[in-house]
Design a protein around this ligand. Structure first.
Ligand code: COA
Length: 246
């Protein structure tokens, strides 16, 4: 059997490619387990994560073959939601690079990323209610935060997916690239992140994800740590010395 997720490891990033092209990269339990293994690794050795798909599809949802057999006790296990929360909380940024369909659980996986980019063929949305279930792995809470409550409600109640242009206009994705340039664009974002101080990136992510009530206390606590860091001193000194030489 093929690996459900292909993993490429680099010093500063991991690329995880959903790899069930015959099933439109539907997220089954083996995929969930493989992505948990990626999280195990990234929680210990923080690096950027790029999530992508294969064969012109990001992911056509949770695996409906498995979903149909799940009962109440399975719903309460939060199988996909727990994974997507873990991905969202990874120490370093997560980039979703999407080609084609990102539906249901596939869309919710992308909602859990920090940055989303796509190709012109993107179709992103949540058709769950048409299957008799709700979008319980982020659709009802992350999607409104990303696109606003009105559009989220329309998408969730009608099951209508957005085109790439609509997704960009809604702020759900930040850029559209031709399919052959998608990964290059994802890597270019990762390169820019990598050029910055990793601790500053991690603390920025923590502050970004903190609830409103934690601000500005959390920002000043994290900043206090950075103000003492040798890397801050080094980077600021390098900037000032370069200017001084002009
Ligand atoms: N779960 C399980 N299998 C899926 C799947 C999913 N979410 N999405 C696609 N597949 C399987 C199909 O059953 C089919 O398998 P088969 O060849 O063994 O019959 C294979 O992937 C190809 O799917 P197909 O529908 O023929 O491809 P398509 O290119 O014509 O259409 C989609 C692509 C994404 C529009 C269509 O597959 C689809 O609507 N999928 C379900 C989307 C969905 O409702 N997701 C939410 C789940 S919560």
């Amino acid at each position: 059997m093929n690996d459900p997720v292909l993993i490429e490891e680099r010093d500063d990033r991991v690329i995880a490619t959903l790899n069930r092209p015959d099933k439109r990269n539907a997220i089954d339990l083996a995929t969930v387990d493989a992505l948990h293994a990626v999280c195990d690794e990234l929680e210990i050795h923080p690096r950027i994560l790029i999530l992508t798909g294969t064969a012109g599809v990001f992911a056509a949802g949770a695996d409906i073959g498995q979903l149909r057999d799940r009962r109440a006790e399975d719903a309460r296990k939060n199988i996909n939601a727990a994974l997507f929360v873990r991905i969202h909380e990874l120490p370093m940024p997560v980039i979703a690079a999407m080609d084609g369909y990102a539906l249901g659980g596939g869309a919710e996986l992308a909602y859990a990323a920090d940055i989303r980019i796509a190709t012109p063929s993107l179709r992103i949305g949540n058709p769950e209610t048409g299957l008799g279930i709700l979008a319980a792995a982020g659709g009802t809470w992350r999607l409104p935060a990303l696109v606003g409550e009105a559009l989220a409600a329309e998408m969730l109640f009608t099951g209508r997916s957005l085109t790439a242009d609509e997704a960009r206009a809604a702020g759900l994705i930040t850029a559209i690239h031709p399919a052959q340039a998608l990964m290059e664009a994802a890597h270019a974002i990762a390169d820019r992140i990598s050029a910055n101080d990793p601790l500053a990136i991690r603390h920025t992510k923590t502050a970004l994800h903190a609830p409103r009530s934690d601000h500005p206390r959390i920002d000043s606590e994290l900043q206090a740590e950075l103000f003492e860091s040798p890397e801050k001193m080094r980077r600021m000194t390098a900037f000032l010395e370069k200017r001084g030489r002009r």
